[in-house]
Structures are given as C-alpha cells and as structure tokens.
Design a protein around this ligand. Structure first.
Ligand code: ARG
Length: 709
C-alpha cells in the first residue's frame, strides 16, 4: 500500500511537473540529473556527455548558424528540418529541376550537392569561466567599463583556444543576463552536402496556415552529409573529400513511445528572455511584435503576388518569404498568447513579491530596491526610440533587398570590415528581382513615413527630395531612383571593387539618409534597460535561492527533458478541434486537410504524393504498433524555441524518435514565460521520415546507412 501511495504520488507529481528548462549539457546538477532518471532516462551521465569517451553529445550538430541537426550514420549523414535545409534546396532549384516542389535525392555520393555557406559545429566542451571573466572587473566599474573588460577577456580566452587548429573554435557567452560566463568549444566542418529533400508538400505541408500550430502533419526534415579530408579532419569543399566518420552517431528507434514516455531534445535553442520584467514584456509587445507584424504584412503581400507570377519568381523568393512569414506569424502568436495567458499580470505579481522581499532587508538587498521603478521609467523614456528602431530595421534593413544590401555594405565600410564586394554582389543579386524589389521599397518607405513615431526619425533628405523634385509623389521618386542607380542594374555593379567606388549613386544617398536616421533613433538614445534587467534577474534568483534556475537560451547546446503528452486545452485559448487533443497525427488527418482546403496552396499536393498517401501502403516496420497507423507528428512537453529546429528527439535509451520542428500557438508566449500546462514541442516522428525516404522515394541507400532498432 505504501508502495502504491508512493507510485501514485510520483505519478501525480509527474503530471503536474513542469518540463521547463534548457539545460547546459556539460553542467547538469545532480538534482536535474536525478529528475531525468526519474522520468525515464536510462543513459548514464557519461553516455549523455563526456569529454573522454564518445557520447550522445557528439552526434548533435549546430547546423549552419541557425538550426540544429543530428548525425545518424557512420558516414556523417545528418538529419535536420526541411525548413533548415530550405535555402540550400532553393539554391539548387530551377523551374526545370524544381527540388522545392518535387524533392531531391542524390543517388550516389557523387550526386550530393555542396553548399558554400553551410557548415556544422560539433560541441566539444563547455567550461564555466565566470571567475576568470568577472574576476577581471574591478569593483565599482561602470556598465561600459564592464562590457569592455568582458569583451577583452573573452576574446583573449577564445584566441587561446582557437589557435589549436583543425576547425576548433570557441565562444564565450553570457548566461543569466551576464551574471555568469561559459566558454564553449566547437569543431567546425565546412563541407556539408545536400543528400535528400522531400517534396515541399510534405516537408512544408500546411505552410503558413499551420505554422506554429497543432495539429500538424508536416514531414519537416531534410538530409545532409558532412565531408572531411582523408584524415577525417575539417576541410573546405573538395572533390577529394570523403564522408566524415563521427565519434558517435544516433541510432534510430521505430519502437515509438506512448503517452507519458520520456523524451528529450538535444540542440541549439536560439534565444529566450524568461526573466524579462513586465515592463520589458510590454515593450516587446508594442515596439517589436506589433511593428514586425504590421510591416511584414505589407511586404509579404507584395512578395506573394510576385511569387504567383512565375515559377522562377516563386523559387527565387521562396526562402526569403518563408523566413519573413515565420516571424510575422510568430509576432501575432506571441502577443495573442501573452494576452490570453495574462503573462504581464503574473510577472507583476512576482515583481511585487520581489519588491516586498527587498524591503525586508534594506542593507543586504539594497540593490533590488527601486529596480522596478527604474525599469518602468526607462522603458517609458525609450519607447519611441525602440519603436523607431524596430520600424527602421523591419522597413529598411529587412525591407527591400537592394536597400538592405547597400546598408550592409555601407556599415561594413563604417566598421572597417569590408569583405569581398564582388562576392557579396553575386550572392545577393542571385535572388533579387529588381521590379519586385522596387515595389517592396516603395511600400516600405511609405509605410515607414506613415508610422514613424516622431519627426526626428524621418529620412530628411528623401522627404525633402520627394517634396521639392517630385511634388510629394513617392512613386515617382522611387521610379527615378531605380532608373538611375547602379544598384538596380546589377551589370553596372560588376566593375566596382568596393562600395566606396559608387559614392554619389542615388541609392547610396538613400543609404546615408537612412543610416543617419538610425543614429538618431536607438543609437542616439542611451540604452539602459539591460543592466537593470540583470539586477532584476539576480534578485529573482536570490529570492528563490532553493530553486534551480536554468539560463536563458543563447544558441549554445542544451538539453530539454519531458514526456510525450497531448495538450489539455485551457479555456480562452484558440480552442479545440477533435484531433487537436490527440498526441499523434495520422495519414487520415493529412488527407482531410488536403480535401477540406481545396483552394489553399498550403495543402496542395503533387500527384505522386497524393497517390502515395491515398494508397496508404506504408512499410510495416514504420507502423505504430499501438495505433496501427503511420505516425506523422507528435507532441512532447519539451521546452523549445527557434534554433531548436532540427534537434534530435530521443527516448530514454538515447535513440532517435523524432526531429523537433515547432512550438504551439496556445503557448507562443513561451520565449518570455514558459507555460507548464500548455507549452509543447512539435516533432516529426522518425517513422514518418523513414517512410517518406523509403516508401515514397525508394531511397534505400540512405535507409541502409542507419542503425534502426
Ligand atoms: N515555426 C517553425 C520554426 O520557427 C518553422 C516552421 C517552418 N514552416 C513554415 N511554414 N514556415 O522553427
């Protein structure tokens, strides 16, 4: 009976327990480690991470500087998401060989496609260097002094590591808003080739309509391979390179999971701000999300129209469209969830608690007294600058590609780090259609002027020119600009070696005007919230000193643990469809969406995929024994954010059961506040991945490389 009570209690605790946290894999406390074990992890700490012997850590990569991936074969095969490989798939797509639309499969090693800009990083180790770094900061140093000492110390440390060669590189990152510093060491491989991509109607099924939402039926994966020189060391692309042999690769499990099974992700969550003050959250909602949603909405309409004109334009803008729309929808989702879940109220409650706690001991806790009042005032004072800055970034830096190209290269000159101008031109103009770009710029300029929060942030020269030379007509101004500038005639750019040779070009004048606006917005306003946010973060940790706090995500390698679990929808959120309450989706719901949305391109299927799914003949080994169906996507309680895309999802034995690719709409406030009841990680089941590779494409050579259990 006692045993039963204990088991019952344990189960109750489990179901109420939060799986919040992105833990530093080389730095797990005993407490965290024992939670992992209670939940069902069977690997020893050394099997998870070790600097001595091969461990699961060695099978995880940071993919291309923006995603995660997992090595799944002894020949360096990497699984990541389709949306992570998207740029590479697009680069090789043409209307004639439309790999986006039809997918791609390299039939032999020789057919695998190199990618100049792609690389992967293997995590070697992480060391706490807080004492070294902060020890060098004298007491009483100002914020600016502290920053410069931290920078200097960090760069000294990384230089010592980086000189050891063989692709070894390192980085010092602040944790807990700069209260701690860790040094992470990586090995970088630069020859990464595209091996397989499913057709977009599988890899991006549901498109923007379904993005950030559950239920999902997206087979969001693509396959790459790492190449090395004949000594297995990193090397630039060369025909002589050979497949890389990893220290460790992940085994794949077709045995699945059930409600309550252990699940963990290993990967590179990009950024969260979970300790942000209520004032910071309010500011993010109004000066970042609202602005981004509004401006990108305008831009996306124009791109959308262009992409419908021809296959060439559709392919050319595919990747830019996807990344723009991803955070366009995110901004709406984050604000909606912050409101629905009353996150600001909750934060304010915590802050009141902190204020009262600080007053209990005005000597020891003096640092925290008044910090909230300061934050309130600072965010008020900076409102226009933050709003103006984000409006500037979204409209100009992230608006027209030509303007963005000009600004980036001008900034390079200002910062004295110009790189190869001709290379930049070739890269940028591969995916620019001048007519479309002109429409974007006109719309962005007009929209900026309409929304600018104060006169000071207007591009004075442009406004003056439009008034005096074009009678206030922005369209005529932009026509003239695109007619006369070398930047809208790429053939004219081919002679220049540096952007400075083009000074006097009307587009450069536009750039100068915009950069001076930038100096008057955020750069002209003291930017003070960070140091107060750090004090607040310290206060919250000190007040709850018996609670173990994980550091915010910062694109370093992390482990998130949890369980496979459906969502219990809370009232006031986006509601509940029948299938939404289930943990796994099936081919039936895939076809349902297609059939019920005949006019929505996001659910359009190419005939071969439609036939294959409709026929429903999937290999037996991929069918879930519990449901009797092919499992498509599934839910776990793992903490997740952008950058985690492509993270391996593992069972308790450390076997790959899926690839993480998204979060859910109900809890999109998650980057700022984890919601224990609602937040989920959406993954593509590895059996859906294998069935597409095997049953749909017949790509046996890839299946043979894997170790399937
Ligand atoms: N929301 C996902 C993420 O940020 C990306 C999903 C890509 N799909 C899409 N329809 N854009 O990782």
């Amino acid at each position: 009976m006692r045993k039963l009570t204990f088991v019952l209690l344990a189960v109750l605790c489990l179901s109420a327990r939060a799986d919040e946290g992105m833990w530093v894999i080389g730095n797990l406390s005993e407490k965290t480690d024992s939670i992992l074990r209670t939940l069902g992890l069977e690997l020893t700490p050394e099997e998870l991470y070790s600097t001595e012997t091969p461990s699961l850590n060695d099978a995880i990569v940071q993919f291309g500087g923006f995603c995660s991936g997992v090595v799944v074969s002894n020949d360096g095969l990497v699984f990541t998401n389709h949306h992570c490989g998207f740029g590479s798939i697009q680069d090789y797509s043409t209307p004639k060989h439309d790999y986006l639309k039809n997918g791609f499969f390299a039939k032999s090693f020789a057919d695998e496609l190199p990618n100049e800009e792609l690389y992967v990083l293997f995590h070697i180790k992480t060391v706490d260097v807080t004492d070294l770094i902060l020890g060098a900061v004298p007491a009483g140093a100002t914020e600016v002094q502290t920053d410069s000492i931290v920078d200097a110390m960090s760069s000294q440390l990384t230089k010592m590591v980086d000189y050891s060669g063989k692709g070894i590189q390192s980085e010092v990152n602040p944790f807990y808003k700069g209260s701690k510093y860790f040094l992470s060491v990586y090995q970088r491989y630069d020859d990464v080739r595209l091996v397989y991509a499913p057709p977009q109607c599988l890899g991006k099924y549901g498109g923007d309509t379904d993005n950030w939402m559950w239920p999902r039926q997206t087979c969001d994966f693509s396959v790459f391979r790492i190449y090395a020189d004949k000594n297995n060391d990193p090397a630039e692309y060369s025909k002589e390179n050979v497949p890389y042999h990893p220290r460790k690769y992940a085994h794949v499990s077709t045995q699945g999971y059930r409600d309550g099974s252990y699940a963990m992700t290993l990967g590179y969550p990009g950024g969260t701000d979970r300790y942000l003050s209520s004032y910071g959250i309010e500011s993010t909602m109004r000066t970042t999300n609202d602005v981004r949603y509004q401006v990108r909405g305008v831009k996306l309409d124009i791109l959308n129209e262009a992409m419908r004109q021809s296959d060439a334009l559709r392919i050319m803008y595919a990747s830019k469209y996807a990344s723009c729309s991803n955070y366009w929808k995110f901004s709406l989702g984050q604000n909606t969830a912050l409101d629905n879940l009353k996150v600001i109220d909750e934060k304010q409650q915590l802050e009141r608690q902190l204020a009262a706690w600080a007053l209990e001991d005005t000597v020891a806790r003096g640092r925290y007294i008044g910090v909230l009042d300061s934050l309130k005032v600072i965010y008020q004072e900076e409102y226009n600058a933050l709003y103006g800055y984000n409006l500037w970034v979204e409209s100009f830096y992230g608006g027209s590609d030509i303007v963005s190209f000009v600004l980036t290269n001008m900034m390079g000159v200002l910062r004295d780090n110009e790189d190869d101008f001709q290379k930049n031109v070739a890269k940028a103009y591969r995916d620019i259609d001048v007519d479309t770009d002109k429409k974007v710029f006109l719309a962005m300029l007009k929209n900026y002027i309409e929304h600018v929060p104060n006169e000071q942030f207007l591009p004075q020269q442009i406004c003056h020119e439009v008034d005096s030379l074009f009678n206030g007509d922005y369209e005529r101004f932009v026509d003239y600009l695109y007619e006369t500038s070398a930047f809208s005639h790429p053939e004219l750019l081919q002679q220049a070696h540096s952007i400075t040779e083009l000074s006097g070009d009307p587009m450069i004048n536009v750039g100068i005007d915009m950069i001076s606006v930038l100096f008057s917005t955020i750069w002209g306003t003291p930017h003070r919230e960070d140091s107060y946010e750090r004090i607040l973060c310290d206060g919250i940790r000190e007040m709850n000193h018996d609670h173990e706090f994980y550091p915010d995500a910062n694109f370093t390698m992390r482990l998130s643990y949890g369980l496979c679990k459906p969502i219990d929808f809370a009232p006031g959120t986006t509601g509940l469809k029948e299938e939404a309450t289930q943990m796994i989706t099936s081919p039936r719901s895939f076809l349902n969406k297609h059939e019920q949305n005949p006019d929505n391109l996001d659910f359009e299927l190419i005939p071969s995929v439609y036939k294959w799914m409709k026929r429903g003949k999937f290999s037996k080994q991929y069918i879930d024994s519990r449901t009797g169906k092919l499992p498509l996507c599934f839910l776990t309680t793992n903490d997740i954010t952008g950058g985690n895309s492509g993270s391996g999802m593992f069972d308790g034995k450390g076997r790959l059961i899926g690839l993480a690719f998204d979060g859910n709409w109900e809890a999109m406030s998650g980057d700022l506040k984890f919601d224990n009841a609602l937040q989920r990680c959406i993954g593509v089941d590895i059996r859906w991945v294998l069935s597409v590779i095997d049953d749909y494409s017949g790509a046996k050579r890839l299946i043979k490389e894997l170790t399937i259990e």
